[in-house]
Design a protein around this ligand. Structure first.
Ligand SMILES: Nc1ncnc2c1ncn2[C@@H]1O[C@H](COP(=O)(O)OP(=O)(O)OP(=O)(O)O)[C@@H](O)[C@H]1O
Ligand SMILES: [Mg+2]
Length: 216
């Protein structure tokens, strides 16, 4: 079993979009996927309630904020969506049972500044320093070859964190989410360009498999 925490204390950075897409991709790989939501907005939970029955199944995982993030037995992959403002004790609790942290960052100054404090907080976490938890960044709503894409790349050079990929801005995300779907549930012919953008993140998660911390 592996757990992936999607986190960035900055609101609207793309956590729920990333969480739902990862859950759907792993479900398409025939993994038993749990999608947990420690966000009181329950965006991922709501999305899951809209998911068509014929789509690959993703199980909901009830978490209350003070609980340790321990998914039920039999889970292959647990994806944990988190709220804006996650830090301190609640962040530490969420990190207790995860193997990977994926941080979505928008290419804007406000978002980068807010993320910097978060990166610094993560760098102090023992399990991260010992590389028991792997951490990576994904640029969200970044159109490649723009100045802002370059600014994001330059900003991340100060930190020891890989920028795995950049996900472009497209209404396909907005439209599919409101139907309980993701781009991975749409025909491959409509989403070819976008699937290519996700691939480095998926490869990173798959190749980090052996680093899993917890066997259930
Ligand atoms: N690549 C994209 N292209 C277009 N719109 C996007 C993209 N990614 C996210 N969005 C939109 O941006 C908004 C914020 O995304 P999302 O809800 O995933 O962020 P969040 O970090 O979960 O927010 P919160 O902090 O409020 O939980 C949503 O309306 C979402 O549909
Ligand atoms: Mg959210």
């Amino acid at each position: 079993m592996r757990s992936i925490l999607i986190a960035n204390p900055k609101g609207g950075s793309g956590k729920s979009t990333l969480s739902t897409h990862l859950a759907a991709w792993f479900a398409w790989q025939e993994e038993t996927v749990m999608l947990g939501d420690i966000d009181s907005q329950q965006s991922s939970r709501h999305w899951l309630s809209l998911r068509p029955l014929e789509s690959p199944q993703i199980l909901g995982w009830d978490l209350d904020e003070d609980q340790k993030a321990r998914p039920p037995k039999g889970t292959g992959i647990a994806v944990l969506d988190s709220p804006a403002g996650l830090h301190g004790k609640r962040l530490k609790q969420a990190l207790m049972r995860v193997d990977h942290v994926v941080i979505p960052v928008l290419p804007s100054a406000f978002d980068m500044w807010a993320s910097a404090a978060f990166f610094e907080e993560l760098a102090e976490v023992k399990a991260i320093r010992r590389e028991e938890i792997s951490v990576a960044v994904v640029g969200m709503r970044v159109n490649p070859r723009t100045q802002s894409a370059q600014q994001l790349t330059d900003f991340l050079k100060q930190y020891d964190l890989p920028l795995l990929t950049c996900i472009r801005e497209t209404q396909l995300y907005v439209q599919s989410i409101q139907r309980g779907l993701t781009l991975f549930d749409l025909p491959a012919s409509r989403t070819k360009q976008d699937r290519i953008q996700w691939q480095p993140l998926l490869d990173w998660l798959v190749s980090n498999k052996r680093q899993q911390r917890h066997a259930i």
